[in-house]
Design a protein around this ligand. Structure first.
Ligand code: CP3
Length: 351
């Protein structure tokens, strides 16, 4: 990373992530690469999702597509949270329109202990793709990511997407030894996958604990937080900003922010000024326009994005994003217009 003015370290995204003043509020979108883009659908034609993730030339192309099209302030590696599990030998697939499906769900101690340890050599294609991306991206940071232990565990235990996570919670409460064994392994996998990406040149990393918001605060604190915390601690030495994100996390935001992390991702349900009161004073915020709002008339989008920007000023740093991923039917032109709006926004009163 260079410290020259205008270089990567000086990018609006990294400055905001570190709580330093930025020339403009940086913006990127979770799930910005993907089905909302015709050029994505074209290159994915006939290639299975997880196969695409293992082909560096495709990963580079798909990661670059939204950067070229929208002029966002950060790229996010084209991959998936279940990719490291697959690469390590867990029999799973991503079924289109469904999500990750696991052939043999983890239901007992033997199955939990059979989850392999992380091995960076199994994801050499990620290192290759990240190296090439860093070269192509120049001054635009690349965000690496991983699924948090709880969210990964939910797929492994349920066998696929689930609304209520009943089997996951049953294991958490009814089979603590199995839970611990599985979560310990997933800590190693999440942290290992983040480390590989950062060591290959990713400028920041995000831990997606997408489904943690379905837990009671007490359960989150006792059965999940220690493992997510361990992931962040294990990568603290890398020196890259770390983002912690989940959906519907209003009630657990303070607990999520208690880990060693620089940026808190906030979904659209909590106004950013209230989120700031729940997290730690040095932490920057990332978010949080409702992803469904981009279907509203432009004047509404403009007003709501303005509100997000104004509330974001209550944090030491603000990275504009949606409150969750881009919905597949989103009009990409609206996202481009939104990026332009964020970049040219003039705050009402100087801070
Ligand atoms: O943000 C990006 O553009 C980078 C790529 C990215 C993908 N998945 C690609 C993808 C990221 C960051 C993810 C993270 C991910 N994957 C999460 C956490 C984020 C979140 O949304 O909360 C989760 C829970 C998953 C698991 C997963 N993978 C789901 C639920 C699905 C959707 C299934 C469907 O088809 O509706 C996937 C598939 C997936 N991951 C796609 C993409 C582009 C769609 C596959 C396709 O295009 O065929």
């Amino acid at each position: 990373m260079t410290d020259q003015p205008g270089g990567l370290a000086d990018s609006a995204f990294l400055r905001a992530a570190r709580g330093q003043p930025a020339p403009h509020v940086p913006v990127w979108f979770m799930r910005q690469a993907g089905r909302s883009l015709p050029e994505y659908r074209a290159v994915r034609e006939g290639v299975a999702m997880l196969d695409a993730c293992t082909r560096p030339e495709l990963v580079v192309e798909i990661t670059m597509q939204p950067v070229r099209r929208h002029g966002v302030d950060a790229a996010i590696l084209f991959s998936d949270i279940v990719l490291p599990l697959k690469a390590l030998g867990v029999d799973l697939d991503i079924v289109s329109g469904v999500g990750p499906v696991v052939a043999e769900p983890v239901r007992d101690l033997a199955a939990a202990e059979a989850i392999p340890s992380f091995d960076g050599d199994r994801v050499g294609f990620v290192t290759e793709a990240v190296n090439e991306l860093v070269a192509q991206l120049g001054g635009t940071p690349l965000v690496g990511f991983a699924g948090a232990p709880y969210t990964l565990a939910s797929y492994l235990i349920e066998g696929g997407p689930s609304k209520d996570h009943a089997l996951t919670k049953a294991m958490m409460h009814g089979a603590p030894d199995v839970w611990r064994a599985l979560m310990d392994r997933l800590v190693g996998i999440s942290a290992g996958f983040l480390r590989v990406q950062a060591e290959a040149g990713a400028s920041a990393v995000q831990l997606f604990d997408s489904w943690a918001g379905g837990l009671t605060p007490a359960d989150y604190r006792e059965h999940v937080l220690p493992y997510s915390s361990a992931v962040f601690e294990r990568i603290a030495d890398l020196g890259v900003p770390r983002v912690h994100f989940g959906v519907a996390t209003g009630e657990i935001l303070a607990d999520m922010a208690s880990v060693d992390v620089e940026v808190m991702g906030v979904d659209w349900r909590v106004p950013l000024d209230r989120a700031v009161q729940r997290i730690r004073p040095h932490q920057a915020v990332q978010g949080n326009l409702d992803p469904a709002l981009v279907f509203a008339p432009w004047d509404v989008i403009e007003a709501k994005a303005g509100e997000v920007l104004e509330l974001g000023r209550t944090a030491p740093g603000h990275i504009f994003n949606l409150g969750h991923g881009v919905l597949p039917s989103t009009d990409p032109d609206v996202l481009t217009r939104l990026v332009d709006l964020i970049h040219s926004y003039e705050f009402a009163v100087a801070s």
